[in-house]
Write a protein that binds this ligand. Structure first.
Ligand SMILES: [Zn+2]
Length: 523
């Protein structure tokens, strides 16, 4: 027996010696905990750097301000031991890339954020957009960390996590950059390193519509075609839980003009005989979508890929926000046949942006107007494209007897065609989705949860960003690169608006989330 027991004990020891290294989730949990401890001891230093970064004006069109931001970013990355490349396309705001090399053969995971911000309506701010202010929930201005002296209450956590930092880009999107860099500091303090090639990619003209992003990516495939992307931008879920968005809707738009008589006509003399363009436009618009918002253009839904089981399950798990939103928006009902908000976002949308025809109220006259105009935007889902939407709309209008033109018609065209409509199509781009059950999606979901809170997963944001560009894969033809949106800002951060702000707890949580991902993502 004694021999057997000794043998068992030896075997157990041997087993322990050969135990697997900690899993990604275990590493992530430990890294998030370490990051919290480190952050509590360094809040002032984190905020000091953040405040200096926020004090530099950062509208994409402001060349001098953008260059100062890029310079500061370069310094922030170099101080942390990252290899920095500043990519340029002519006079466009540069993309700043920071690399932390992993072991040979490891994959590259890139974390994207943008350092530019929306132009501001300075007069509407309480204070100034590029003069950062720390403010208590009561609304009282507080001393900035650099001037604040000793901790308020003497504890290790000297700054109230409900305080907010007010400045342009505090939430959108410099917070993500500061959180990533603080997470790296925390990891270094714990002597931990990512197991993969970590790449930070900071764009400087996102708020201007990323006009050079496609060209940057095409010209720098080695740097801008990683194996996977995390797009760190936007606000977390309204419930306050972390959010992972696995896709976005695409977009396109059109301006329609329906033509009536070449001059306004007395409707008593000519009504019922001269076609009324307002009435014709109303019929046209009514043929595009039904009262529930469902597109009724034949063929329009043909390309729509039905939601996967994983997408349906994720939607079902999203906390309900509908009754609160109905009250907030003061609407007595919804479109979509009673479906919850996030389910309706899986469908394409046809939105009437506006109408212009004749006059109303005091300015109304008994006239048949000369033309009627509408402006429409479309939100696309996989696998619709701007070109397929255009083809379906134009075919549909032709089948209803409309003659579609793209320029203003001349007299001969007006006389020879009864139902004449001019379509002016805007630019657009397709939707993008990363499957929720793709290995990278599953890995990221587990690691974000390991940082402490289960993320809300949504298959798609309702809005549009050119995520398809990020998905255009590195090497393998036909393969798409996984891309997931991971925001950290509070949902009420006033992004794009006056008094943009970041709730400090969101910054602290973001640091832990990034630390969990940096430490937990596998090779
Ligand atoms: Zn943004």
């Amino acid at each position: 027996m004694r021999v057997l027991a000794a043998a068992l004990a030896l075997a157990a020891l041997a087993g322990a010696a050969h135990a697997a290294p900690p899993s990604g989730v275990a590493r992530a949990t430990a890294a998030a905990k370490d990051a919290r401890t480190w952050r509590r001891a360094h809040e002032r230093a984190i905020l000091e750097e953040f405040v200096r970064f926020l004090a530099i004006p950062n509208v994409a069109g402001d060349r001098a301000g953008i260059e100062r931001n890029a310079d500061m970013l370069r310094g922030m990355l170099e101080r942390r031991g990252l290899a920095v490349r500043v990519l340029r396309q002519g006079d466009a705001p540069p993309i700043v890339v920071g690399d932390l090399a992993g072991p040979a053969g490891a994959r590259t995971v890139a974390f994207y954020a943008h350092y530019d911000g929306q132009p501001t309506d300075t007069l509407s701010w309480r204070g100034l957009p590029w003069t950062p202010v720390l403010r208590a929930p009561s609304g009282a201005d507080l001393p900035l960390p650099s001037e604040a002296g000793p901790p308020r209450s003497g504890g290790t956590t000297s700054i109230d996590a409900e305080d907010r930092l007010y400045a342009r880009s505090a939430g959108d999107d410099k917070a993500a950059i500061v959180a990533m860099l603080a997470a790296l500091d925390a990891m270094r303090a714990a002597s931990a390193k990512p197991a993969f090639h970590l790449r930070l990619v900071f764009e400087g003209e996102e708020e201007a519509g990323s006009p050079h992003l496609a060209k940057y990516m095409a010209d720098e495939p080695a740097l801008l075609r990683p194996d996977a992307w995390l797009i760190c931008d936007g606000p977390v879920h309204q419930s306050g839980r972390p959010l992972l968005a696995f896709g976005v809707r695409g977009t396109t738009s059109v301006e329609l003009t329906v033509y009536g008589p070449v001059k306004g006509l007395h409707d008593g003399h000519y009504g019922n005989w001269v076609p009324n363009p307002v009435s014709r436009l109303a019929h046209l618009l009514a043929s595009l979508r039904d009262e529930q918002g469902e597109p009724t253009i034949p063929g329009f839904l043909d390309e729509v890929v039905p939601p996967t089981d994983a997408e349906r399950a994720a939607i079902a798990a999203i906390p309900a926000v509908e009754s609160g939103l109905r009250a907030e928006f003061e609407i007595g009902g919804t479109e979509g046949g009673g479906s919850p908000l996030n389910e309706t976002l899986l469908r394409p949308a046809i939105n009437f942006r506006g109408l212009r025809a004749g006059n109303v109220g005091d300015r109304a006259s008994n006239t048949i107007p000369t033309e009627a105009r509408a402006s429409i935007d479309f939100r696309l889902v996989p696998a619709q494209t701007p070109a397929s939407v255009r083809a379906h709309v134009e075919e549909h209008l032709a089948s209803l007897g409309w003659t579609v033109v793209s320029d203003a018609p001349d007299s001969a065209t007006r006389v020879t065609h009864d139902k004449l409509v001019r379509l002016e199509w805007g630019a657009g781009y397709p939707a993008a989705r990363t499957p929720l059950d793709a290995p990278f999606s599953v890995e990221v979901t587990r690691l974000v949860a390991a940082a402490g809170r289960e993320p809300v997963r949504t298959p798609t944001l309702g809005g549009s960003v050119p995520m398809y560009l990020f998905q255009q894969g590195p090497s393998k033809p036909g393969a798409t690169t996984p891309a997931i949106v991971l925001p950290i800002a509070n949902h009420d951060d006033n992004q794009h608006a006056p008094n943009e702000n970041l709730r400090l707890q969101n910054l602290w949580d973001g640091i832990e989330t990034f630390a969990a991902l940096f430490a937990g993502l596998e090779k």
